[in-house]
Design a protein. Structure first.
Length: 540
């Protein structure tokens, strides 16, 4: 009797099952619900969607009901009858779905495997694709090095500041309330539209198909990671160790603001036979939470702990790869894991504020500025300055998203915020080469629209790549300073003349920047993905 009641309970409250990666006949297949489960599930999803929408627009609904004089005894009786009708319909839908599941042998087998997995035996659960909320946790952040109190803290840019006085807090309370409402209502969703339910619903078939390909064709290993703030991060790991030379390196992929690992930037390093791990931002698809900066930081930190502690990749074998706003997560990880092999940033900006102000009305520029600084302070440039390893930036020359002058006006490449990011890093690392004069010189190159113009600029500059390479490598072997090692930037390399300074500056820019003639969302071709240039050091 007890096992039967447990099956009934699981049929009522069990997760939605989407796909069986390895069915009884050995072939993958979509899970096919019977008519009863399908009908019940349709009404449950419909009522859940309507109730969620009603909650979000409840102030407007209350106002409209008040205007129509519904707040009286007759109106109260109407609400009671309406509520009872909805409740009965909902219970009937739940019962219909439960009955359908009880009669479905595939679902019963899945529930048995899930119950076994919850006891700690989760190998067979990977045969199924189902609602991630019911997936057992595979890794807790406290299992990794951060679980040790001596290593628990993270470096966070801009986190240390003097607390405001009581009088200042009282005076600023109304404005702070407005900033909080802007950030938590529409602000974070404008910044990360991938959190919006209708986008996830529209993309769901593609996400399901993408996961199926990663698991069934590429040998992907899905895992649920618990962060220090209690969020659950949906991740996918493809292990290529022992299968290719590139497979010894793990590429950690950080997606854009509407990107998901199922259909995102994982494809490029996978095509090159690297080991790869992708993960979804908090609030995206199978990940819980909201992608505010601290939750993003904790998420990527947990992914890195999982990679180093559970998957056994040393930092020196990890490459951080990010597209668009994923650069924030990648640069934060680089700052806190300074020995990772390299950072590759595709279509990434220096700071979110200029882009936010360029897309919001001028009338609320003050609100936009203060909201970003208080709740969404994505400062990629400052974080990247605290990483001393090899860096490469891929700039998309027709990028319409990270330019401050663009659609509906023509795109102006000089306004691409990737320019600001690369110049900021080079100025920090090579202050005796990136002077005010050479920075202006490089800005001329960065403002050129076509590849032909850029090629002509380089050819007419007189810069000889071999001589510049020799200059840097000679310095690296001099023994005075070990360039590229953690903590050894800025580099104290002083050119011999103004001309040499310009040549070295242009050389550095070309070694750290690749131009991709593309818009923002085009998948990155494999020819652009390679380890960045670095100053080689003489082997001891």
């Amino acid at each position: 009797m007890v096992p039967y009641l447990k099956y009934v309970w699981n049929s009522i409250y069990g997760p939605r099952l989407y796909r069986i990666h390895r069915s009884a006949n050995g072939h993958p297949a979509l899970y096919v619900p019977n008519g009863a489960e399908k009908t019940g599930d349709f009404f449950i999803k419909w009522m859940t969607t309507v109730s969620g929408l009603s909650y979000k627009i409840s102030p407007f609904l209350i106002f409209m009901l008040y205007r129509r004089n519904f707040f009286n005894p007759e109106g109260f009786l109407f609400f009671v009858k309406y509520g009872l009708s909805v409740g009965i319909l909902f219970m009937a839908a739940v019962g219909c779905r439960a009955m359908g599941r009880l009669l479905n042998s595939d679902y019963n087998t899945f529930i048995a495997v899930l119950e076994y997995a919850r006891l700690g035996h989760n190998l067979d659960i990977r045969k199924y694709d189902f609602d991630m909320t019911s997936w057992p946790v595979d890794f807790y952040w406290s299992e990794g090095p951060r679980g040790d109190p001596a290593n628990a803290s993270l470096i966070r840019v801009g986190s240390a500041h003097a607390p405001p006085s009581l009088l200042s807090q009282v005076a600023s309370a109304p404005r702070n309330l407005i900033l909080h409402l802007v950030a938590t209502s529409f602000g974070i969703r404008l910044l990360y539209p991938g959190t919006l339910g209708f986008i996830q619903t529209a993309l769901f078939p593609h996400l399901l198909q993408g996961r199926a390909k990663q698991v069934e064709e590429q040998g992907g290993h899905r895992a649920k990671l618990r962060t220090r703030d209690g969020n659950n991060i949906d991740s996918m790991f493809v292990d290529r160790r022992g299968r290719s030379e590139e497979g010894q390196y793990l590429v950690v992929c950080c997606e854009g603001n509407a990107g998901f690992y199922e259909i995102g930037c994982m494809g490029t390093p996978l095509d090159l036979n690297y080991s790869v791990i992708g993960w979804n931002h908090p609030g995206f698809a199978g990940s819980s939470g909201t992608p505010f900066p601290e939750e993003e930081q904790n998420a990527v930190d947990t992914v890195l702990q999982y990679a180093t502690h559970r998957l056994k990749f040393p930092q020196e074998k990890i490459i951080l790869y990010a597209w668009s706003i994923g650069g924030y997560s990648a640069t934060f990880a680089a700052m806190n894991y300074p020995h990772v092999k390299a950072v590759i940033l595709d279509a990434t900006f220096d700071h979110i504020l200029p882009l936010a102000q360029g897309r919001m009305p001028d009338a609320i520029s003050g609100i936009t500025r203060d909201t970003v600084k208080k709740y969404m302070n994505l400062d990629n440039a400052e974080q990247l300055k605290r990483y001393s390893g090899p860096v490469m930036l891929i700039r998309r020359t027709r990028d319409e998203m990270i330019t401050t002058v663009g659609p509906p006006n023509p795109i102006e490449i000089w306004s691409n915020r990737g320019n600001n990011l690369i110049l900021s890093i080079l100025r920090h690392r090579y202050p005796f080469i990136l002077t005010d004069e050479t920075t202006s010189y490089l800005e001329e190159y960065l403002a050129l629209d076509s590849g032909t113009q850029r090629t002509t600029f380089v050819q007419s500059s007189g810069m000889e790549e071999d001589l510049c390479e020799t200059k840097f490598q000679s310095f690296g072997n001099s023994g005075h300073q070990a360039p590229g090692a953690a903590g050894n930037f800025p580099l104290r390399l002083t050119p011999d003349s103004e001309e040499e300074t310009r040549h070295l500056a242009l050389f550095l820019l070309l070694k750290h920047l690749q131009n991709f003639d593309s818009t923002h969302c085009t998948p990155l071709p494999t020819r652009f993905f390679h380890l960045p240039w670095t100053i080689r050091q003489k082997e001891q």
